[in-house]
Ligand binder design. Sequence first.
Ligand SMILES: [Zn+2]
Ligand SMILES: [Zn+2]
Length: 240
Amino acid sequence: MDALPLLSPLLGALQRFVLPHRCLLCGAAGDDGLDLCRDCVAELPRNRACCARCALPLVEPAALCGQCLRRAPPWDAAWVPFRYAWPLDRLESRFKFGADLAAGRVLSSLWLREPRPPQLPAWLLPVPLHSGRLRSRGYNQALELAKPLADRLGVSLHADALKRLRNTAAQTELGALARRRNVRAAFAERQSVAWPAHVALLDDVMTTGATLAECARVLKRAGVQRVDVWALARAPAAKH
Ligand SMILES: [Zn+2]
Ligand SMILES: [Zn+2]
């Protein structure tokens, strides 16, 4: 019995040797300490040519998209390093709907390998889930993505500074206008929070940005001067 505590680190090392990193997408050998192979990493759709304000993918390089030129969103800048497309969408749906937290860790690691914004916020706020949704899913996917980012970037994580007041319908099937209505007045700040001047909101996938916009409005009303939005991936905006 006494030998077991001494053996367990050895067994862990042996397991890593026998079971090295494997690609979650194709099963090939993992690359550079990641559960993803080099080819699959290279295929991930990066969002390099995009609007600086809302991260909408652009065909022609430009600072801002037409929508932001007409009417700017209520946040100040966006950091969304990927596009929501194959094969990233497969990892994301395994993470979000298949309770595959290993896929979530891979997504955070990939995010951290992308070029970082020039100015980091003081606080990182994952978009809160309603308590009912949290109970049924068991975790908040935005919070799980945010933890390694906050840790590695040295930004303090505040998962409870915003609260979700009601459980909104899933946004997936709704158009842009319905999405805005759906999340209206769905969030509030917690009482007596001493807000810093600069925060970033974090969500997993950004589509129309309706949820992030609603949260950004709450924060601006609370006196936060600069609100950035961070999301793993940008989906093409839903139709109006
Ligand atoms: Zn692969
Ligand atoms: Zn834009």
